[in-house]
Design a protein around this ligand. Structure first.
Ligand code: PLP
Length: 466
């Protein structure tokens, strides 16, 4: 079978008949009732599909193609590594030049006190590794009962059994019997959706309330049973929500008071998306473990990592003297081809000045969205940080009344945007248009995104002044 010469209609049939896609309506896809798109190429912030459409990808795939599409520096590095050494494992001290160099490059970029990384392939498996390392750490310290994990409603941490349990979105729990035992959820730091009892609070007071709620949950469970709190610096899939003022400071106090580890899930935010190398640094978080994935290779090859702080490393090393080697391994951990992609990608992020670009073009994009949309009666909020932005829509923004979910307002707007050549993402459990373009986005491209959001909102909802 030749990929290039297989006709479109045949591919479409094979797609319907054989391909079970993630996050896709199974029956509609099989019947051919839902749209599909076959992507063939990309360059910079654009992708090209098999029908010849060129689209501005304002979600960078799944917020991952941070350097943009078609970078020869990375594809050449992948090709060279595949020719020299496509695979060798990383067990019992083995490695490749690329995986060793990448470990050093990650340590050089990591927040202070982080010098070690365990490689995986996906954000989900890296979080799974983190959960195991946390258990192992407490077992070494002689307190194996300290193993419950607290995450947040609307957090996203993957879709395995444990990581899907951490994820605080109902579609990832329903019908799967999740969350699993030992995973608890606390409130999302989502000021716009704050509970009624917090109605009159300002963001700083809301942060203190959230910290008190976390403290109460820990006390109720027994601090001796709670091992870690896992959180994204900015809520990602749960709505693209930067934390309210003082949030991380207040939460950190509670965690430290109860000797609970903090896992910062930086799968989206790591390596520049917020305009800083890590969100942990930007928000003054004090994590003990950091999850990395997407931006590590800009998704040119699948690679993730669990970074551990020196505090954990000391205990894990001491543990191996007592218990033997770490009983945790993946066949493809530190895969040489993926590591080579990582090395080339991190170099490119520096050479292209993408952190600066994420900050400056990110502010430009948010300003553009704000001035184009904030007068719209249904635009409840324009928010974001760096090149992560969201526009949230509500039926009545003054009373924070959402649209009827069955109207699927954000999904309809995102579909309209597509007809204008711009890809955005409707985020779950509210009407939110999510934007996370490649970090190389230009101002001109940002203007195009703003126009597409504005025109699509107007077309869907009319232009209603408050
Ligand atoms: N953590 C966060 C913050 C994510 O956004 C994601 C995916 O979007 C994951 C973990 C899971 O990563 P993966 O889909 O590679 O398993």
């Amino acid at each position: 079978m030749n990929i290039e010469t297989t006709p479109n209609d045949l591919l479409a049939r094979w797609d319907r008949d054989h391909f079970l896609h993630p996050s896709t309506h199974v029956a509609n896809h099989a019947r051919g009732d839902s749209p599909t798109r076959t992507i063939t190429g990309g360059e910079g912030a654009h992708i090209v599909d098999r029908d010849g459409n060129r689209l501005l990808d304002a979600f960078a795939g799944l917020y991952c193609v941070n350097v943009g599409y078609g970078r020869r520096e990375i594809s050449d590095a992948i090709a060279k590594q595949a020719q020299d050494l496509a695979y060798y494992h990383a067990y019992v001290g083995h490695g490749s030049e690329a995986s060793i160099i990448l470990s050093k490059m990650i340590a050089d970029r990591a927040p202070e006190g982080f010098n070690h990384v365990y490689f995986g392939l996906s954000g989900s498996d890296a979080n799974e590794t983190n959960l195991k390392l946390v258990r192992h750490y407490n077992a070494i310290l002689g307190r194996p009962e300290k193993r419950k994990i607290i995450s947040r409603w609307r957090g996203y941490h993957g879709s395995g059994l444990m990581t899907g349990s951490l994820t605080g979105l109902k579609t990832f729990h329903n019908t799967f019997g999740l969350p699993m035992e030992g995973v608890l959820h606390t409130h999302a730091p989502y000021y716009l959706h704050r509970p009624e009892e917090c109605e009159d609070m300002d963001p700083a007071a809301f942060s203190l309330w959230l910290a008190q709620e976390l403290d109460a949950l820990i006390r109720q469970e027994g601090p001796e049973t709670v091992a870690a709190f896992v959180a994204e610096p900015v809520l990602g899939t749960g709505g693209i929500v930067p934390p309210p003022d003082g949030y991380w400071e207040a939460i950190t106090k509670v965690l430290q008071q109860h000797d609970i580890l903090l896992i910062a899930d930086e799968v989206v935010t790591g390596f520049g998306r917020l305009g800083f190398m890590f969100g942990s640094d930007h928000y003054g978080m004090k994590p003990d473990l950091i999850t990395i994935a997407k931006g590590l290779t800009s998704a040119y090859a699948p690679l993730s990592g669990s970074m551990i702080s020196d505090k954990l490393f000391v205990v894990l090393s001491e543990g191996s003297d007592r218990f033997g080697p770490l009983g945790h391994g993946w066949t493809y951990s530190a895969h040489p081809i993926c590591a080579a992609a990582g090395v080339a990608n991190l170099k490119l992020i520096d050479e292209m000045g993408l952190l600066d670009n994420a900050r400056t073009v990110g502010s430009y994009l948010r300003e553009g969205l704000t001035s184009a949309l904030s007068d719209h009666a249904h635009v409840a909020e324009v928010r974001g940080e760096g090149l992560l932005a969201a526009v949230e829509l509500m039926e009545d923004r003054d009373n924070r009344t959402p649209f009827d979910p069955d109207r699927k307002v954000a999904a309809a707007i995102v579909s309209r945007m597509l007809t204008k050549g711009v890809i955005a993402r409707a985020m779950p459990e509210a009407d939110i248009i999510g934007l996370a373009p490649p970090l190389c986005l230009t101002r001109q491209e940002a203007d195009q995104v703003v126009d597409a959001v504005k025109n699509s909102c107007e077309a869907e909802l009319g232009w209603i002044r408050p």
